[in-house]
Design a protein around this ligand. Structure first.
Ligand SMILES: [Mn+2]
Length: 620
């Protein structure tokens, strides 16, 4: 039976947070309005730090204008000179790239560029299992055996001091191009092109490894190429397509120069993708024209990474370097299979880990070990950390050694925690959110005890994680015009996320579980209904009932079905209507009364004609 219209008993999974109110400066406001942006969007941009008119101009302007002079990179002059000498002398080069999507795309950028300059260039991608991160001895040996006198690293090498010294001892110079943390002692390389060097004057240090490679390519093509303008137009687009994929795969923020790279690359990917990307997209059933950064992050990047996790990353490098469609199709098929295997293996590892956790209260941290493939333990740890809302460690048994991968949750620093257990490890390293280690199997129990203790001491007081929203609007104001308005933020990604909107004043008219652990909703507003889908939220199918009055935190999307296009809410979270201060204020304002406006009756609907949209962040 249908319940009366009432406030839902649903509990939001997140604490909804709106940005502090921010006003664009008057010049920016005028500039934005002139360019057809709404005041609402300009406020949203201001809340994201795009406040002044120069910021806005580069946000809206041609992407090329957002690229910085590559000559500003540290050691730019040294690189140019050394590569010029290599070309004059007919030296042979080796490009060494990391095995993930960032390293592989960066490697392709530099191999393509050096070959274009007429230099004999081979490439090398290390094995994740046998060689791990950093310049490998095996690659140095290969260079020596093949008479290659210069190695150029991509997305790695900053911490490879010993291997670089070993190369130098054999008469091989190393140019490092990288974006990883710079230790206090610099490696003995010919050049260290890393925007994080303390002496770097480079304007935007947020480049990914492939972004640094793109800048080095620009530098080389401008300094040594035939065309005076260097990598412009056609060439720049082809290389930016690769860098855009590496940047998004590495979760580098899509702001500043990265945003320019993403815009240039996405344009290329949509209209004239290289054979490798065209084949990957075709195999995944995605039309290039519909590609966005989500496609890059969820379709392209996992397939490139799957090669290094399951088979050999070299397969992905070959795909990126392919200029033949038939060859690309064969390699894309290989990656598709590797990706499916990667997905199955991750599921299996997560299921086995969950089974091991059954029985007994969940400890402050999740730590599991098993005979699992090294390539997926990081993915499994990420899933477990997300699911349980606490730090997770998944360790693969490799003979007498455990190789572990750790993922954290907000407020618990893995780098600090591992440091505190440092005496137990053979080696370890990482960041606050993700880290790894190698441990003699006999020390597992001691490590597990100490790590769990650290996690217990660090349990954050506040329960639910935060969800950052951009706007709160009465449901009646959510329409295609708003969707188009928000599209001006594209391409969205980390650092420039898809805007999340609190859609306020809805009634659930239909709720059902959908295949794959999702929940489908039909939500009524004053005159019509909105369709909603909540991905990975099977809980909503049981916690919501028809007739519930709710507000939802959602991303706006357009869904095409049977020739019709309709607005769809991609729902991240659901709360009882008016249960948050911002949504309560909005309802009260829309109802024109001081009361909450959520009781059964006619005042609850946030009317269509209401102009009561609060600026994001307004608090009663
Ligand atoms: Mn990287």
């Amino acid at each position: 039976m249908l319940r009366d219209v009432e406030r839902s008993a649903v509990q939001p999974r997140f604490r909804w947070r709106f940005p502090a109110p921010a006003e664009p400066d008057p010049a920016c406001l005028a500039f934005g309005l002139e360019h057809g942006l709404s005041q609402r969007l300009l406020r949203l941009l201001a809340a994201r730090g795009v406040c002044g008119s120069p910021d806005l101009a580069s946000f809206l302007g041609p992407p090329e204008a957002g690229l910085h002079d590559p000559a500003l990179l540290p050691d730019a002059a040294v690189v140019l000179e050394r590569v010029a000498i290599a070309r004059t002398r007919g030296e042979r080069l080796l490009v060494f790239g990391d095995f993930d999507a960032d390293g592989l795309t960066g490697l392709t950028i530099l191999v393509t560029t050096l070959r274009r300059l007429g230099i004999d260039t081979a490439w090398y991608v290390p094995s994740r299992l046998d060689e791990g991160h950093g310049l490998s001895e095996r690659a140095v040996e290969l260079a020596a055996a093949e008479g290659r006198s210069l190695i150029v690293t991509v997305d790695t090498g900053t911490s490879s001091g010993p291997e670089i010294a070993a190369a130098a001892a054999r008469g091989i110079g190393v140019i490092v191009t990288d974006h990883h943390h710079v230790p206090s002692v610099l490696p003995p390389s010919v050049a260290l092109v890393n925007p994080h060097r303390p002496d770097s004057r480079y304007p935007d240090p947020r480049l990914a490894g492939s972004g640094v490679a793109l800048k080095v390519a620009q530098l080389l093509l401008a300094g040594l190429g035939n065309s005076p303008e260097g990598a412009a137009g056609e060439t720049l687009g082809r290389l930016a397509e690769l860098a855009a994929v590496g940047t998004v795969a590495d979760v580098a923020p899509v702001v500043g120069e990265n945003r320019s790279i993403a815009r240039l690359g996405l344009d290329r990917l949509r209209h004239a993708p290289r054979p490798g990307f065209a084949a990957l997209l075709a195999r995944a059933g995605v039309a290039p024209l519909t590609a966005d950064l989500e496609t890059v992050g969820f379709v392209i990047a996992p397939r490139l990474n799957a090669a290094g996790r399951i088979g050999e990353a070299a397969t992905a490098a070959r795909l990126l370097l392919a200029d033949d469609a038939d060859e690309a199709a064969v390699l894309a098929e290989e990656l598709e299979v590797a990706n499916a295997t990667r997905r199955d293996l991750t599921k299996t590892v997560v299921a086995q880990a969950q089974a091991a956790l059954l029985g007994g209260a969940l400890p402050a941290a999740v730590l599991v070990r098993g005979p699992w493939p090294v390539g997926v333990i990081g993915l499994a740890a990420a899933r477990l950390a997300e699911e349980h809302g606490r730090p997770a460690v998944v360790a693969a048994e490799l003979g007498g050694v455990l190789r572990g991968s750790c993922r954290s949750v907000e407020g618990f620093d893995l780098a600090v925690a591992l440091e505190a257990c440092g005496d137990l490890f053979l080696r370890f390293g990482g960041h606050a959110g993700a880290a790894g280690f190698e441990l003699p199997a006999g020390r597992w129990d001691e490590f597990r005890g100490r790590f769990a203790e650290l996690a217990a001491a660090h349990r954050p007081a506040a329960g639910a994680p935060k969800l950052r929203l951009d706007l709160a609007l009465p449901a009646g104001q959510v329409d295609y015009a708003l969707l188009r308005e928000l599209a001006a933020l594209a391409p969205t990604g980390p650092g420039n996320p898809d805007p999340l909107v609190a859609v306020v004043g809805l009634t659930v008219t239909r709720v059902r579980a959908a295949a794959g652990g999702h929940t489908q909703l039909t939500l009524r507003r004053e005159r019509d209904v909105l369709d909603g889908i909540a991905f990975d939220r099977p809980d909503l199918a049981t916690s919501l009932a028809e007739g519930d009055r709710v507000d939802v935190a959602a991303r706006l999307a357009s869904r095409r079905f049977g020739g019709f296009e309709s607005l769809q809410l991609e729902i991240r979270d659901v709360a009882a209507s008016g249960s948050q201060p911002v949504t309560a204020a909005l309802l009260a304002a829309a109802a024109g009364t001081a009361a909450g406006g959520t009781a059964a009756g006619g005042t609850a609907d946030a009317g269509e004609g209401s102009t009561a949209a609060l600026p994001a962040g307004s608090r009663p």
